[in-house]
Design a protein around this ligand. Structure first.
Ligand code: PLP
Length: 434
């Protein structure tokens, strides 16, 4: 087991000046506490105690090419030499928009922002303006950022507490929310088309938009049931509701055209972030012309001093260039599936009740529930304490995965590293018996 002494010392120091010692809440919950890193290269990340990790966290998803990809670094450096921000336009943001337009089915017009959270809010504003309606329909367990009106539906203590499926109880994730934020949305369990249809029939005149992660990656890694996404598309058409895909995770991860291309369902608006920028702060709200014309005409205001600066646009262009040249997706899907199968096999050998589900480029491991997870309520029945021990054991053995059991594959991971991860997991799972 590696030592975490230097991280502990830095964390004590950080706590004097950084709230909780971190800059984002989720970073508190590493093992055995917030960890300080010194550098990352390819599929590896290194901490200040000299521990090396095979990284399946990929900074919560963005590092689709791995850490410090040379082409991304070079492009960022070269374009930053020319300037950083102009409070005006530059040629490469047009090139980037043209690229997205060519790759993503719904990306007829777009705007760039800094992160997923604000792009989600832009989509809500556009949908409200387009429909003249106020509420959005969202799903239990889907994460759409940390801002007020989406800080619900992700923090139930258990499945029973959620109650009735048609009118679930809704729990605020944080203190400090305005009461009005509760009025912005209706929340329902995911993957239940019949239920969405029933609610829309009764309440569509209130509902501006349905927002969904096309693959539910934030609680479990749950694929949409056959016909669910296309069914949402039909219902939205029928009732004049805007369909928003939150592709912050799936964008550039499941393929170049996101989940909308993968599943062949085109939303009206969608949000791209994480993997698009290889770790640089850039996101996009993209949509059909009919919706985004409202932004073009200045009826819906979207702004931001820092939007589409040279370094972030350079990072996104370089990332997409590499993805287009190397087309790593078949390989990422294959390696991911190999890892999923290896973990499942090794868990059976160790007599552990570990289950694995997802797509190759991202998948989840969980304990204590034998049937596949199909919505958030299912995830609440999994054994979180056991998962915590598994993730901590992996970490101590040099394999880093996200605390909620999510694994991301990058283009930098090799077959040998997938075998290495399976071997480490096998040891950890056997050790959990002793
Ligand atoms: N939407 C989804 C699906 C996400 O997973 C996230 C972040 O993890 C967000 C939105 C918020 O994005 P950001 O953290 O860039 O604000």
């Amino acid at each position: 087991m590696g030592s975490y002494k230097n991280s502990a010392i830095l964390l004590d120091r950080a706590k004097q000046v950084l709230a909780g010692g971190v800059s984002s809440e989720f970073r508190k919950y590493n093992h055995p506490h917030a960890i300080f890193y010194s550098h990352g290269k390819g599929s590896r990340i290194y901490d200040v105690d000299g521990n090396e990790y095979l990284d399946f966290t990929l900074s919560q998803g963005p590092l689709i090419l791995g850490h410090s990809h040379p082409h991304v670094l070079k492009s960022v450096a070269e374009y930053s030499e020319e300037g950083q921000l102009y409070a005006g336009q530059h040629i490469r943001e047009v090139e980037l928009a043209e690229k997205l337009n060519a790759l993503i089915p719904s990306a007829e017009l777009m705007r760039f922002c800094l992160d997923g959270s604000e792009a989600v809010q832009t989509a809500f504003r556009v949908a409200r303006a387009k429909t003249g309606r106020k509420k959005f329909l969202r799903f239990e367990g889907h994460y759409h950022g940390w801002l007020d009106n989406v800080a619900y539906g992700i923090s139930a203590p258990n499945a029973d507490a959620l109650g009735d499926r048609e009118q679930p109880n809704v729990f605020p994730w944080t203190a400090g929310l305005p009461d009005s934020s509760r009025d912005d949305f209706i929340v329902l369990p995911w993957n239940d088309l019949e239920l969405v249809g029933r609610v829309l029939e009764k309440r569509h005149e209130e509902i501006a938009a349905i927002i969904t992660e096309p693959i539910m990656c934030n609680n479990g890694c749950i694929l949409p049931k056959e016909g669910f996404l296309s069914g949402l598309r039909e219902l939205c058409n029928k009732y004049g509701v805007t369909l928003i895909f939150d592709e912050v995770i799936t964008g550039f991860r499941v393929g170049l055209g996101g989940a909308q291309s993968y599943y062949g369902v085109t939303p009206d608006l969608s949000i791209f972030a994480k993997a698009m920028g290889s770790g640089y702060p850039i996101s996009a709200i993209v949509g059909k012309r009919e919706w985004m014309e409202l932004v073009a005409a200045g009826k819906v205001i979207h702004a931001g001093t820092m939007n589409a600066g040279n370094p972030t646009v350079a990072a996104a262009l370089a990332t997409i260039e590499v993805l287009e040249q190397e087309m790593p997706y078949d390989r990422m899907h294959r390696l991911g599936r190999k890892l999923m199968q290896g973990l499942q096999r090794t868990a059976a050998e160790a007599a552990q009740d570990l289950s694995v589900q997802g797509l190759g480029p991202m998948f989840v491991t969980y304990f204590g529930v034998s049937q596949p997870l199909s919505d958030y309520r299912d995830t609440l029945g999994t054994n979180k304490a056991k998962l915590g021990r598994f993730v901590a054991g992996l970490h101590d053995a040099g394999v880093r995965v996200i605390g909620r059991g999510l694994w991301y594959i990058s283009a930098a991971h090799t077959e040998a590293e997938i075998n290495q991860a399976i071997e480490v997991a096998s040891r950890v799972l056997h050790d959990m018996n002793s």
